[in-house]
Design a protein around this ligand. Structure first.
Ligand code: MN
Length: 310
């Protein structure tokens, strides 16, 4: 999915120093869609969680035909498409045409540059999902792009807690999706009144609530909110009497400054300028591809200032 450019979207950030509840802000997706997206990362108080640097949550909505994101490029990151409901068609400049359904993973490793488009397909259900970005470490960010689809992922149903791991590993469940730093991305469902989530002391985490309101460590986490859990924590307690549905996103603190602009992640102003020019000039390093959308999203104007990594 592509996003409208929020110029300087993270200003005067103060990194969360302890357990915090982060509110989403509502943004409009670019181009011919009215589907609202709730963005919790980047947040004014938090830039990343491990290598996770972008968390968009959309739906549930009945606008199952409303998501149409034309061709746009990415660089220096991996995109994770994960659906709870609905169907999306992915097309990219490697020639991939892949439909994705709920509980399947589309992972696109942009490396030095790729373009893709996404379009929701007619279905009998509503549309509900997340689009997540993972920043690539410096040593792997210029690699050749590739795309992976996983229709089956490691799943466990233990004492009423359903776990599905789509990125990295959690409690012995390991996704075979290729990643380049220590991470976890997992989906949980439970109707148990109380659940203890075991955590890795070296990781920081976000718990994104995609279902009914719940409590985490005694604090209310409403639908769409993200609880930040700093490193040094061994567990979190999830409680409520209802059905609980949430994602756990975690990783070792990234340790590198990144420069995130539009759909690109780089390290220097010059790299971003070059990536923008490459896309807008139709450079052959990112080939055109065919889809049913037939629309190419140009990179916006750069702000009239020097972009700095943070
Ligand atoms: Mn995209």
């Amino acid at each position: 999915m592509s996003i409208r450019t929020d110029k300087n979207e993270v200003n005067n950030e103060e990194h969360c120093s302890g357990f915090s509840i982060l509110q989403p802000r509502v943004v409009k997706l670019t181009n011919r869609t009215e589907v609202d997206v709730r963005r919790t990362l980047p947040h004014k108080n938090l830039r990343m969680i491990g290598a996770w640097c972008f968390v968009d949550h959309y739906g549930p909505t009945n606008q199952v035909t409303g998501m149409t994101i034309g061709a746009h490029p990415h660089m220096g990151l991996q995109t994770v498409t994960w659906l709870f409901d609905g169907r999306i068609m992915h097309n990219d400049s490697l020639g991939t045409h892949q439909e994705i359904n709920p509980a399947q993973l589309n992972l696109m490793t942009a490396g030095r540059g790729i373009a893709h488009s996404e379009q929701s397909l007619e279905s009998n259900s509503t549309m509900h999902g997340v689009q997540l970005w993972i920043a690539l470490p410096d040593e792997s960010r210029n690699q050749t792009p590739f795309f992976e689809h996983f229709s089956e992922l490691p799943t466990q149903d233990l004492d009423g807690l359903k776990t599905k791991v789509f990125i990295g590993q959690y409690q012995g469940l390991k996704s075979s999706a290729r990643i380049f730093s220590e991470l976890v991305g997992a989906e949980f469902k439970t109707s148990n009144n109380s659940t203890k989530l075991e955590l890795d002391i070296a990781f920081e985490y976000g718990v994104l609530n995609v279902g009914e309101s719940l409590e985490i460590n005694g604090q209310t986490l409403a639908f769409g909110e993200l609880a930040y859990i700093p490193t040094g924590t061994t567990s979190a307690e999830i409680t409520s009497s209802g059905e609980k549905h949430f994602l756990l996103l975690g990783g070792k603190p990234f340790g590198e400054k990144i420069l995130m602009w539009w759909n690109f992640i780089g390290r220097t102003h010059e790299e971003i300028v070059a990536a923008r020019e490459l896309w807008n000039s139709h450079d052959e390093s990112i080939p055109d591809f065919s889809d049913d959308i037939n629309h190419r999203i140009p990179a916006p104007e750069l702000p009239n200032l020097r972009l700095n990594p943070r």
